[in-house]
Each structure stands twice: as C-alpha cells, then as structure tokens.
Design a protein around this ligand. Structure first.
Ligand code: SF4
Length: 171
C-alpha cells in the first residue's frame, strides 16, 4: 500500500514538474491539436496502470479504443488554455507510456479534455524521451534532501499545500 501511495505521489509530481512554455520549446513538446471526439466511446478506467520496470503508476480518466489502438484520455477542469499546459502533456505522456507497458500497444496520441475543448497530443518518440529524462531526474532528486524550487510563480506557492513548511515558498 505504501509503495502504491509513493508511486502515486511520484506521478502527481510529474504533473507539477513542467510549467513554462520556455521549457516546452526546449524540450520540443508537441503543442496538441483541437479535435472532436465522441465521449460515448470513452471507457472508464477502474484500476491504476502499473509498470514495475519504471516504478510508475497512474490512472487515466478514460481509455478509448480506436482502430485497435488504446487512447488515454485525461479530463481537466477549470480554465481552458489556448494550448495544453506542459504539465498536462507530461501527465498524458506518462499514461501513454503506461498503456504501452500494460497492454503492449503504443498509443499514437492521447487526449486532454478541457471543459469545452479536446486536444490530441501526439505521443512521439521525442515526447517519450523527454518524459523518461524527467523521470530519471526526479529519481535522482528523490534522494536529495534539498531540491531547489523550479519556478518563480508566487501564485503557485499560494495554492500549494506545502507552503507552511516550505523554506522556498514565494508566498
Ligand atoms: S510552497 Fe514550496 S513546494 Fe510549494 S510550490 Fe512553492 S516552492 Fe514549491
């Protein structure tokens, strides 16, 4: 159970790891394209996907089967951006990786569903490679007692649950 919680936290950490468009340009992340998708074909995912090899677990909100491929879908609420946030792209990439490891089928793309817009994000070898680099970096940081703050965003600190105990908080 503790292992699952730790791994769960690990994938949550991915969500917050990449934030700026500068980082997106450096990593060459795909921007995502607006698509129409029939939500009736979406199947709820009941159990988390798990890769022992990667030490990674996570649960996309839905999986949709298209032409023999499984496409993960992540649902986001709140403000609809012009393009998907980097953190959302990395989270979706992690689900694509887990789908491939679990079912042996590589998703060609994943879907990020905002309240009134769907973006298809191609799961390219470049995105996979950027994700694996991030996972390796995070594993290295896991054993460090002092990891520098990765942003200059006071609003983010104001919303952070660790603000009261964090010695790098900006708020
Ligand atoms: S309060 Fe600390 S942990 Fe939270 S977002 Fe700010 S710097 Fe990061």
């Amino acid at each position: 159970m503790i292992l699952y919680i730790a791994l769960g936290l690990f994938i949550i950490a991915i969500i917050f790891f990449w934030q700026s468009t500068r980082q997106r340009r450096e990593a060459g992340l795909p921007g995502g394209r607006v698509i129409y998708t029939d939500t009736r074909a979406w199947g709820k995912v009941e159990k988390p996907l798990f890769s022992n090899e990667l030490g990674l677990t996570g649960k996309p909100d839905y999986l949709v089967e298209q032409n023999g491929k499984l496409i993960p879908v992540e649902v986001k609420t709140g403000r609809v951006p012009d393009a998907p946030y980097d953190s959302h792209i990395f989270q979706l990439a992690a689900y694509c990786l887990l789908v491939e490891k679990t079912y042996g089928k590589r998703p060609p793309y994943g879907i990020i569903h905002y309240p009134n817009r769907n973006f298809a994000v191609d799961y390219t070898p470049q995105l996979e490679s950027a994700l694996l680099d991030q996972l390796a970096e995070m594993r290295r940081d896991e054993n460090r007692t002092n990891v520098p703050r990765s942003h200059q965003d006071a609003a983010r600190c104001r919303r952070c649950g660790f603000r009261k105990v964090c010695d790098q908080s900006l708020a």
